[in-house]
Ligand binder design. Structure first.
Ligand code: ZN
Length: 187
């Protein structure tokens, strides 16, 4: 039976009520997952969308997680392994192209609950990145074609989520640029 890709399904795996920012991402998130399901011919079950700060901390999410703004979705493929789901998605994107389908695709094959984290194209300034979580808080780039990078776990990997270091660095760079523009150059 196909999953229900509805606002209600997103809300059911979220902190509720959705923040106004997260509510604004409901339509693009549902469109994003519909593309993934159509491309892979595999239904999915949502596991996490918007998290308020408390829920994000409880889930082990990064302080800069896209879950805090509702720009990403975690889901579990119903009939494929997470690796095979990602391979199909990447192959479909290579065939059909048409710009970035995701900002960041993180595959969690070694999590206690294997899942895929997919963020909107442009979320956290990312377009088409593919990563595999190989240990708690450790991510390795993957081409989405060959074997997934091997586990580097030394302990149980449980529900870690998201790397998110670039946005704050960009904010700092932007502020420095504005200082340069308006103060140093203007003097
Ligand atoms: Zn996630």
């Amino acid at each position: 039976m196909p999953s229900e890709y509805t606002r209600a399904a997103l809300e059911s795996v979220s902190s509720y009520p959705l923040s106004s920012v997260a509510a604004g991402h409901v339509v693009p998130i549902l469109a994003m997952v519909q593309v993934a399901v159509s491309a892979t011919d595999c239904d999915v079950t949502f596991s996490s969308f918007y998290r308020d700060p408390a829920a994000n901390a409880a889930a082990g999410g990064s302080k800069f997680s896209d879950h805090l703004s509702g720009q990403c979705l975690d889901y579990v493929p119903d009939t494929l392994s997470v690796e095979d789901f990602a391979r199909r998605l990447v192959a479909a994107h290579a065939r059909e192209g048409n710009g970035a389908w995701w900002g960041q695709l993180i595959v969690y094959p070694y999590d206690s609950r294997p899942h895929i984290h997919e963020s909107l194209a442009g979320a956290s300034w990312r377009y088409g990145e593919i990563l595999v979580a190989v240990a708690s808080g450790k991510y390795v780039a993957w081409d989405g074609v060959g074997p997934v990078p091997e586990s580097q776990m030394t302990a149980n990997l449980s529900n870690v989520d998201d790397q998110g270091i670039i946005p704050p660095l960009l904010v700092v760079a932007g502020v420095l640029f504005l200082v340069w523009l308006f103060i140093l150059r203007g003097s």
